[in-house]
Each structure stands twice: as structure tokens, then as C-alpha cells.
Design a protein around this ligand. Sequence first.
Ligand code: AFP
Length: 322
Amino acid sequence: MTDRLSLDAHLNGLDVPAALKTVLATTAAACVDIRNVVSGGALVGALGASGAVNVQDEEQKKLDVIANDILTEALLACPVVAGVASEEMDTVQSATNPSGEYLVLFDPLDGSSNIDINAPVGTIVSVLKAPSATPVETDFLQAGHHQVAALYAVYGGQTMLVLTTRQGVAGFTLSSDGRWLMTHPDVTVPTHTKEFAINMSNQRHWAEPVQRYVAGCLAGADGPRGKNFNMRWVAAMVADVHRILMRGGVFLYPWDAREPNKPGKLRLMYEGNPMALLIEQAGGKATTDGVQSILDVIPTELHQRIPVALGSAAEVDQIVSA
Ligand code: AFP
């Protein structure tokens, strides 16, 4: 096997503060612990419902709770973390670390409907500077362009961690001896694609521009786009975005009329922002509607939802012009 750069060596070589490197190394180690529980499945009692619901009234799986506990415990014990926020927790938690400098926001187990069927799931993480060592909720409400780092781990056929510190995007694969080794040094999203991802079962609820865009894709070579498209939907944003970072494509979770007062299903702080930073750092586009960058949305609530259209830049542009 060729000598590969470890995540630690990669972090050491980055021009970012040492404290940020510590946050990222701590997060990556926690992802290994989560992966170990995911892969233990029924053998370690990790499948099924927890019996509780989260702040968004969604049924929590056991693994949502376990993954949340692993990350929360690891990060609050990290001396440079000032506080954490999670899709699975009602409120933010201050770490009471006098030297806390960073806020870490996460979806501990994205795609939890995939857990019991042994399909890919993952962890998504966003890192912000903390305005103070004793942060309150409003300190977390920073627009995505303030993120200093974003990463996800995807627990699939291989376990991978994909990271940006605003200097491009790099991918690491977990080795059999538990080390993150660089396998994808310069991840870039191709500008053009023939692949789209959307939950087609919601078609009748979409707004007109999304209807038109998808109709154009489905019409294939005979339609206005003049080419045939392929469709994929993993039901875990982390895996759909991973595919787009590896080979291009677009991913949409638009507003729909099922709950017209909600702007969408996905969460701005735990899904939209970190994935938008990764996609934009890899040369793609990440928008709320084909136009406005997700990274420019000013958050008003911790668990805010947002419509998402991201991926290959030229294809994202098609969504508004369709
Ligand atoms: P869960 O983690 O609650 O399963 O939700 C996953 C998710 O937020 C995102 O990762 C998927 O892209 C999307 O929801 C799947 O939504 P559908 O249930 O509409 O397919």
C-alpha cells in the first residue's frame, strides 16, 4: 500500500489555528466511535427507536441518541470548544471551558431512516468561532459564510471523512487499523452533470420552477435539455452529497406544499450550511432556490429549516431558468 497522509499530518500542515486542529481531530475521533456503534448494529443494541421525540417532533432512533451523546461528550471535554448545538438537542450547551474558542454544530446521525436497513448514514459538522467562552444561543446564529470548517463522515461501504477548512476539500478513508488516511486530496464537483436527486414522491407538492426543472430532466434527450438524466435518492443527505462530491450531480430538497409554513425539510445549521461550504469549496453551487447562496442566509432560529438546491454549478443554474 502506498504511504498516505494521515488526517493528523494533513491538519498539522494546514495554515489554521492549532485550536481548530484540535476541534477537528476530536470530531474525527468521535466519528470513529460512532462508526463502531453503527457497524455493530443489532449486536450492540443500536437498531430501532429510542422511544423519544426530538425538538422537531421527529421520532429519535437509538442511534440518533447514541451518536449525539458520543459527539457531545467528546466536544464538551475538548478544552477549546466553547459550546455545541445539535439537531437532536432542544437547546445549545455551553462547555464552560475558560479557553473555549469554537462552537460546533452537528447532525450526529443523518439519514436515520436508513439505520435499520443497513444503508448509508453519516455525521455532519459545522464549526464557527465563538464570540465568547460562555456562549448563548444567539452566538450560534451566524451565517454559513462565517464557518471556519465543515466536515461529514459517511458510514457506508467505506467509512469516509470529507473536510474543508476553506482551503479546498479533502477526503479521508478509515483504515482497518482505525486511522483516517487521505484518499481524495482535491475533491472537485464537475460543472455539468446528467444526474439529479430529489424525493419524487413529493412531486405533486412542489412549486412550479421545480416541477419544470424535473420535468425537463425526465423528458431526457427528447425534451428541452436534450440529454438523458439518471436519478438517485439515498434518503440521507450525507450520502447524496458525497456522491455529488465524488462524481457530480444535483440534490434538491425544495419547499413544498405539504406544510406550506415550513420553508423545507432540511436544517440550515446542521445540514444546509456545512454541506454548502463543502460544495462551494469544491467548486459547486449551494443555494436555497437556485439563486441565493445558502451561506448568505442569516439564521433566525437554531433549528431553522431551509429549501436546498446544490451541486454541479451549471445544473443548479438550470433550476431557475427551467
Ligand atoms: P432523517 O435523518 O430524519 O432520516 O432525515 C434525513 C434527511 O434530513 C436528509 O438527510 C435526507 O436527504 C432527507 O431527510 C430525506 O427525506 P425523505 O424522508 O423525504 O426522503
